[in-house]
Design a protein around this ligand. Structure first.
Ligand SMILES: Nc1ncnc2c1ncn2[C@@H]1O[C@H](COP(=O)(O)OP(=O)(O)OP(=O)(O)O)[C@@H](O)[C@H]1O
Ligand SMILES: [Mg+2]
Length: 462
């Protein structure tokens, strides 16, 4: 039970509130005590002042002392505060004393005169606040038993004693209620994690409900996003390996059939030659798929290290153009290279050639004999903008976004061997690894243009 997060929060919270309450109790007691004392002192000073004025007035008018004494007596009886009064005349003889003082004396406690009121802790079994004034004619002492003040302060203290358990119960119950409410999303999370652990990872799971728009809601949204990302990369990885094995199975099956037929004893030498040549082609195809898969998996795992070096883009394209002409020429397709100014790029030449040959392979595959492939670039901003166009079959608009996905093959009416759907995925990775970007425009039966942006060497050096 104590390990419960909720309980811990509520306990800590209760300790904090309780401590605040106790501090508040002591501080308020002090403040109230001070202000009551101040009130009392003011009224004591008022009394002394009143007596002094009275004595002075009577003296100047030379009235009888008994009258003065009576007036003081009446005043002290009528006063809402029960006070003790002691007055001595100039000779030090007792002039007046409250009747209820009996034999107890204030003068020895006040030492003649006091500039400030003081508290006598024990006077007739209770504390006494005492004030004194002395002038050339009289010595006046006024004392006030502090029973009222102490009773008021005791009342406050005892009301706190009552308040503390009530507050504790309220804090505890209210705290538990509030914390339970706020912990609801965490409970959802726990339940969801349990479900997640029990289900196969590639299965669909509902998202964790986002109940609030606060930090907790934001956290859950983020967790949802992280889980979705992990699941999609999981699905991708599963898909990748199953598709990869599928892709390898087809050429292997073809080769097995070809070799089986070649092994028949009655097979003619000419057919044998053809079979070996065709198996060789199949091995080349297999080789390419394995190479592409290897490249893709190193790129996707983020372990691909580019060997970047400064390179004139114009020169690189010229060399590629020579090779492209030979390859496309077999299908009677013309490859054109537009004139362009030199541009220094920092690229991994092998990877950029891999990119170009993949684009060329696609263009040749999807362009009918007699068609054109056109290459050109211009400098734009801090990069080069390469256009790779063909006059081929084009790609349906609905599939334009998907063609860069691994293993994706757009539906086409081209005959001829199907690819593995890896080429453009590789192209996209290579471009991205060079901090570039790629886009495609295509019109059905008119042609396709790939537009690739690569940064200039100077832009990378910055
Ligand atoms: N120049 C193009 N003209 C028409 N369609 C194209 C062109 N380039 C790509 N495509 C379409 O995009 C799809 C994906 O291309 P991608 O290069 O990734 O795979 P692939 O060529 O089928 O296989 P691989 O390149 O692995 O041999 C192709 O199947 C094709 O339908
Ligand atoms: Mg391809």
């Amino acid at each position: 039970m104590l390990s419960s997060f909720r309980l811990k929060i509520v306990l800590w919270y209760s300790v904090v509130v309780l401590s605040t309450l106790l501090v508040f109790r002591f501080v308020s007691e002090e403040v109230i005590r001070d202000s009551l004392y101040e009130d009392l002192d003011n009224s004591l000073r008022g009394e002394v002042e009143w007596m002094r004025n009275l004595l002075e007035a009577y003296k100047t008018k030379n009235l009888p002392d008994d009258e003065i004494r009576e007036e003081i007596d009446t005043r002290s009886i009528l006063s809402p505060r029960k006070e003790y009064i002691e007055i001595y005349d100039v000779a030090g003889a007792e002039y007046f004393r409250s009747s209820d003082l009996e034999l107890d004396e204030l003068r020895p406690l006040g030492h003649g005169a006091l500039s400030e009121a003081i508290t006598i802790p024990e006077f007739r079994n209770r504390p006494l606040r005492l004030i004194a004034a002395k002038d050339s004619t009289f010595e006046i002492y006024v004392g006030y038993p502090m029973t009222d003040i102490d009773a008021a302060i005791d009342k406050i203290a005892s009301s706190f004693v009552l308040l503390i358990p009530v507050t504790l119960v309220l804090i505890f119950a209210g705290g538990l209620f509030l914390v339970s409410r706020f912990m609801q999303p965490i409970q959802d999370l726990n339940r969801y994690a349990d479900e997640l652990l029990q289900q196969p990872l590639d299965e669909e799971l509902p998202q964790i409900p986002v109940r609030t728009k606060d930090e907790m809601g934001a956290l859950i949204m983020r967790i949802n996003a992280v889980i979705e990302k992990m699941r999609s990369s999981m699905r991708q990885a599963l898909g990748f390996s199953s598709l990869a094995s599928h892709e390898l199975r087809t050429p292997l099956a073809v080769m097995r059939n070809q070799l089986e037929s070649a092994l028949r004893p009655e097979v003619a030498t000419e057919v044998l030659h053809q079979t070996v040549a065709s198996t060789y082609d199949e091995i080349l195809r297999l080789n390419r798929i394995v190479d592409d898969l290897l490249s893709l998996s190193t790129m996707e795992a983020g372990t691909l290290k580019l060997q970047r070096q400064p390179q004139d883009f114009q020169l690189l394209l010229k060399e590629f153009h020579e090779e492209a002409k030979l390859l496309a020429g077999e299908k009677n397709i013309t490859v054109l290279l537009d004139e362009a100014p030199p541009a220094q790029v920092a690229v991994d030449v092998l990877r950029i050639r891999q990119m170009l040959f993949n684009l060329l392979d696609n263009a040749i595959k999807h362009t009918p004999p007699g068609g054109w492939i056109r290459l050109g670039y211009k400098r734009e901003g801090h990069g080069v903008l390469l256009q790779f166009s063909d006059t081929g079959t084009g790609i349906p608009a609905s599939q334009l976004l998907k063609i860069f996905d691994t293993f994706y093959r757009a539906s086409s009416n081209d005959s001829g061997p199907q690819g593995a759907g890896l080429g453009l995925a590789l192209v996209r990775w290579i471009v991205a690894a060079h901090q570039g970007d790629i886009s495609v425009e295509s019109k059905l039966n008119q042609g396709t243009t790939f537009i690739i942006r690569l940064p200039l060497a100077e832009a990378l050096a910055k």
